[in-house]
Ligand binder design. Structure first.
Ligand code: ADP
Ligand code: MG
Length: 249
């Protein structure tokens, strides 16, 4: 029976996409069947995995109801995972979904027919807490929150927790926060202070494997490869592999 986990943060550039695609590839390497859904109109995950390749069928068509989810699935050999790609048209979907019946659970219903074919469905969210992300939350059992450890990131976490509370009380869906992922980590006094504040002031766990900042991560995106193929011995590559094990072993 498949489970669904969303990578969420309304802030952009905190490594949602980077952690989602690399952790997915690592899980796949260990024998899990993975479906990654790119739910960001910017399509970073789709571009990082497939480059400039165009797709006729995307998550947009699934959400508008014109396509079954299974007909939007494409496979990535280098990542070893299935993907439902995104496209820029997705940026206009919230207004279309807004008038639909059960608008918060459209993605959940669309995934019902293929959920059992996968061990884990990973959703890479857009930097917003709008209707698209609410659909990801309603479809998810768990979320993880990637952050760059800086002072303002704590405020952002409060907003996510507030949203989860509204979804629990308003829509009756309880979501587990599996943990916070520290990304682009550099050992600095102020960074350690933010992480220690996180650990003491919040009940949510912080994953122990921090992802160090490394230009190699960016290079891997350009080569359309997961770190486990591009540079497995790089400290960021090793941290991503260890994080995958820490999240799901
Ligand atoms: P998000 O999905 O939250 O917007 P991304 O995963 O797209 O964030 O990352 C934003 C940028 O930061 C990308 O250019 C990515 O290559 C870069 N990046 C992510 N993680 C690291 C890292 N550990 N070291 C260096 N650059 C990183
Ligand atoms: Mg992203």
């Amino acid at each position: 029976m498949g489970t669904v986990v969303s990578f969420i943060n309304q802030k952009g550039g905190v490594a949602k996409t980077t952690t989602a695609i690399n952790v997915s590839a690592q899980w796949a390497k260990e024998g899990k069947k993975i479906l990654l859904i790119d739910l960001d109109p910017q399509s970073s995950a789709t571009r990082a995995i497939f480059g400039d390749q165009d797709f006729e069928n995307t998550i947009y068509d699934v959400l508008t109801g014109e396509l079954e989810a299974r007909d939007a699935v494409v496979s990535s050999e280098s990542f070893g995972i299935d993907v439902i790609p995104s496209e820029i048209m997705l940026s206009g979907i919230e207004i279309i979904l807004a008038s639909k019946f059960g608008r918060e659970s459209i993605l959940k219903r669309a995934l019902a027919e293929i959920k059992d074919q996968y061990d884990i469905i990973v959703i890479d969210c857009s930097p917003s807490l709008g209707l698209l992300t609410v659909n990801a939350l309603i479809a998810s059992k768990d979320i993880v929150i990637p952050i760059c450890p800086e002072y303002f990131s704590l405020k952002g976490i409060d907003l996510i927790l507030e949203t989860l509370k509204h979804i629990h009380t308003g829509l009756g869906h309880k979501i587990d926060v599996r943990g916070i992922i520290i990304s682009k980590y550099r050992s600095r006094k102020i960074v350690e202070k933010v992480i220690s504040d996180l650990r003491t002031n919040y009940t949510i766990p912080v994953f122990n494997n921090y992802i160090p900042e490394s230009i190699v991560v960016e290079e891997a995106h350009h080569r359309h490869l997961p770190m486990l193929h591009y540079s497995p011995k790089n400290p960021a590559g090793m941290a991503l592999a260890n994080l995958a094990a820490e999240m799901w072993s």
